[in-house]
Design a protein around this ligand. Structure first.
Ligand code: F0G
Length: 454
């Protein structure tokens, strides 16, 4: 593959349809934030200028995907669009059994109901919160086994998403036959969107096989992870991204996937397995909750768009641009004095709010203070990943700026960096927040907050 010789990163696409974004007056933003109880989740989309809340389901579809949408086959059973999707998944992932689902957590729910009994143990580099919730809902224990580097924001190690192999050995020895599944989340979203190396995937797979435990991949960002293996892991620079992805999936017994990320669709997901008996269990549960196995809770057109999107996500020019533009974003923030988790992740930049606001203890929600300041300053919406989201057990006080796929251009990113620079310049004056009202669980979505001062 040709290296990119230019300093300027160009988006490897041009824009065919545009969607206006709201530009608000500062007083309008202040009023909107007050109305939202100082919680960015409760803002209306029309109150946000640059929306970096999530990269999930927020991407732009390509002209080919919009074309495929029109060709979608809406037959209840045996849809052509399903066959199209199945062929693409066979090609990339190689799993014989392909079940469409409406989004990632539907796959997780089916997996939990069929393969995870009460009292069981599931091991993961880091469970994404919906995965953890489904494991726990099944009455099982969800254990995270990240490497130590994952918790050191300034450690620039290339594969901070890896699973700690010594911890895996210890957990397999301690919990024995209670361990019913080993999972790897690619990339490791909850640990900063950091990638997992091929060496780690191989080692985890070998240990799971030796222990006779199924090994599943959470494939939400498998294409971005493949890019990092290609660009960072010795020996893989000559491999195509498709071959890297094939190798990854060849090591697993199955996968769950939210296609709202690297499927580049607004809705959709997958559940796959190699095992005929497990596939039967999955299908029965799928029919009960999602729909017939050839549509799985989606319209035929959604399956067609997903089939095209999965292929586009592995395009080398697209992935190079995506990784470079996220690294550019992280570096731009660092240069204006905003501490960010190193190295840049695959889908987002994480601001270390604890380091930016050392005067605020975790209980005063430094992540919320930074996220709300970014909104008030320039209408940028991000998400706190710290004390508000994980009360009492957030290792770091972070703010995630997730970048939707193929949506924003470099000038949008330059604007966000400028907004963040202004916030950083007055960081010592930013006050904390307190919680006025909170629901019993997942409090970050709906909690009402208030500034501690003024
Ligand atoms: N697994 C990972 C690694 C995820 O990041 C997500 C969603 C899911 C599973 C669940 O998929 O939303 O389609 O049901 N992550 C989004 C985010 C919500 O903002 O990171 P879903």
């Amino acid at each position: 593959m040709e290296p990119w010789p230019w300093k300027t990163i160009i988006e490897p696409f041009r824009i065919k349809a545009v969607e206006p974004i709201p530009l608000l007056h500062p007083a309008e933003r202040a009023a909107a934030l007050r109305r939202a109880g100082h919680n960015l989740f409760k803002l209306l989309a029309d109150e946000v200028t640059i929306d970096l809340l999530t990269d999930s389901g927020t991407g732009s579809m390509s002209a080919s995907q919009w074309g495929a949408l029109m060709e979608g086959d809406e037959s209840y059973a045996g849809s052509r669009s399903f066959l199209q999707l199945q062929a693409v998944v066979h090609d990339i992932m190689g799993f014989p059994h392909v079940l469409p689902v409406h989004q990632g957590r539907a796959a997780e729910r089916i997996l939990a109901r069929t393969l995870i009994p009460p009292g069981a143990v599931v091991l993961n580099n880091t469970h994404f919160d919906t995965t953890r919730a489904h494991v726990e809902q099944a009455g099982a224990l969800a254990l995270d086994l990240p490497v130590a580097e994952a918790l050191r924001p300034q450690d620039g190690s290339p594969f901070k998403g890896d699973m700690d192999l010594a911890a895996l050995d210890a957990a397999l020895a301690e919990h024995g036959s209670k361990v019913v599944m080993v999972m790897l989340t690619l990339t490791n979203n909850a640990a900063g969107g950091q990638p997992v190396s091929m060496a780690n995937i191989e080692a985890v797979s070998a240990r799971a096989r030796a222990a006779g435990v199924p090994f599943y991949i959470d494939a939400a960002r498998f294409a971005e992870n493949s890019w990092f293996i290609h660009s960072r892991e010795p020996g893989y620079d000559r491999w195509s991204l498709l071959d890297i992805a094939r190798r990854i999936f060849s090591l697993a017994d199955g996968c769950t996937m939210s296609a709202k990320k690297d499927g580049i669709v607004n809705i959709g997901g997958l559940l796959c397995t190699r095992d005929d008996k497990v596939a039967e269990l999955f299908r029965n549960e799928l029919i009960l909750s999602e729909g017939f196995p050839t549509y799985g809770g989606l319209a035929g057109r959604d399956l067609a768009a997903m089939a095209v999107g999965l292929g586009e996500a592995l395009d080398v020019d697209y992935l190079r641009y995506r990784a470079k533009s996220i690294a550019y974003f992280a570096e731009g923030l660092r240069q204006v004095g905003v501490p960010v988790v190193q190295p840049a992740g695959g889908h987002a930049v994480f601001i270390d709010a604890g380091a930016l606001l050392p005067h605020l203890p975790a209980e005063q929600l430094p992540g919320v203070a930074v996220a709300n300041a970014l909104y008030l300053e320039g209408g940028v919406r991000s998400v706190e990943i710290g004390e508000l989201m994980f009360p009492g057990h957030a290792p770091l006080q972070l703010v995630r700026l997730a970048v939707p796929r193929r949506v924003y251009t470099q000038s949008h990113i330059d604007y966000v960096i400028e907004v963040a620079a202004k916030v950083a310049a007055r960081s010592s004056t930013l006050g904390g927040y307190r919680i006025v009202h909170e629901p019993p669980f997942l409090r970050h979505f709906s909690a009402e907050l208030a500034p501690l001062q003024g």
